[in-house]
Ligand binder design. Structure first.
Ligand code: TPP
Ligand code: MG
Length: 348
């Protein structure tokens, strides 16, 4: 039996305005979702051209979940996005050309060519780069929240994790400490129903991952991760609750991982009809239809947005290809933070 609250879909434009988004914001959300998907689609091409070292992961199907949560964050907040959360980087303002440079190991990528393609983040935008070990970033997000509490800052940390990673001990430790100390942190579970080839019924025995929140002393919410406005509304609520001293929330965004675990995996183990069912709820198509129905998005405006995104990404690819490979003499730069590195609003 479900314990977590199951969030309603978002209906009217009025309801969205009350949640804090005007029409311009809505078009910005749409654009960010298109940019997110466009970056990852071009990433596939770069991979096939042999230009991306290592494997390559995407978040197809997770664009609404990632963009919805990031749109609800304030500039002063911090987050630890993972391999499915390209939309968080895009929404926080990482320029696409720097993401392509990162994919190709170039000097202008956020890790300056020193870490794998999706292992990146720009700390100046309040994002902390992921490490491979999952869900090792959750205790880091909780640590940020503890620091905000000690410094009496009105800031919130957002920690992402997959439903598979929720089975590991660090998830429990992070959520327990956050619950006990009522810390300003929001846990976001990207529940894409697979952990590599493991389905959810072999990952956890509750109906929802978010059902566990009650055991840690805070609220759990399950939201349809293909509904960007519902994700935004729930994330905004949770973030503002955390900011005003109300403690953590666990938001579970339910989606389907629409591709293999990474490029090397054809996802033969995912039933075909599952893909077909979820394809009918493509998050971008869904939001596009909503905008046409509720926010008067017409053909001309839509063309402007899509051609603007296309141009942005084409220019970004050209600029990234011009970025040099890192100079070997810089190999040890950045291993330790300098005082200049720490002189950012997020480190103070
Ligand atoms: C501690 C640890 N064990 C194994 C892995 C290898 N690994 C990377 S992603 C992944 C699946 C994770 O599934 P989930 O948490 O559901 O996230 P998803 O990839 O589905 O977004 C695994 C097993 C890892 N990164 N860290
Ligand atoms: Mg998963």
């Amino acid at each position: 039996m479900a314990i977590a609250r199951e969030a309603e879909p978002v209906g009217s434009l009025q309801e969205v305005k009350e949640a804090g988004l005007d029409r311009e914001d809505l078009l910005g959300v749409y654009r960010n979702m298109l940019v997110t998907r466009g970056i990852e689609e071009r990433g596939h091409i770069l991979y096939k051209q042999g230009k991306i070292p290592g494997s390559f992961y995407t978040g197809r199907g997770n664009e609404a979940a990632a963009v919805g949560v990031a749109t609800a964050m304030d500039d002063v907040d911090v987050g630890t996005p993972l391999h499915r959360d390209m939309g968080v980087h895009v929404t926080r303002g990482v320029e696409p050309w720097r993401i392509f440079a990162q994919y190709m190991g170039r000097a202008d990528g956020p890790t300056k060519g020193k870490d794998g393609n999706v292992h990146m983040a720009d700390s100046r935008l309040g994002l902390l780069a992921m490490v491979s070990h999952l869900p090792a970033m959750l205790p880091v997000a909780v640590g940020c929240a503890l620091a905000f509490r000690i410094r009496e800052e009105k800031r919130v940390a957002v920690g992402w994790f997959g439903e598979g990673a929720s089975a590991r001990g660090d998830t429990h430790e992070a959520m327990n400490l956050a619950g006990v100390r009522k810390l300003p942190v929001v846990f976001v579970c990207d529940n894409n129903q697979w952990a590599y080839s493991t389905p959810t019924y072999l990952e956890y025995a509750t109906e929802h991952v978010a059902d566990r929140a009650e055991a840690y002393g805070f609220e759990g919410v399950v939201v349809d991760g293909t509904d960007v406005l519902a994700v935004y509304r729930e994330a905004r609520r949770a973030i503002e609750k955390a900011r005003s001293g109300g403690g953590p929330t666990l938001i579970e965004c339910l989606t389907l991982r629409m591709e293999g675990h990474a490029v090397h995996d054809d996802a033969f183990y995912v039933p075909k009809d599952m893909f077909e069912r979820w394809a009918e709820n493509d998050p971008i198509e869904r939001f596009r239809n909503w905008l046409r129905e509720h926010a008067e998005l017409g053909d001309e405006e839509e063309d402007q947005i899509t051609s603007g995104v296309k141009k942005l990404l084409n220019d970004a690819l050209t600029r990234a290809e011009e970025s040099p490979l890192p100079d070997p003499s810089t190999l040890t730069d950045g291993v330790f933070a300098t005082s200049e590195d720490l002189d950012t609003p997020h480190h103070k």
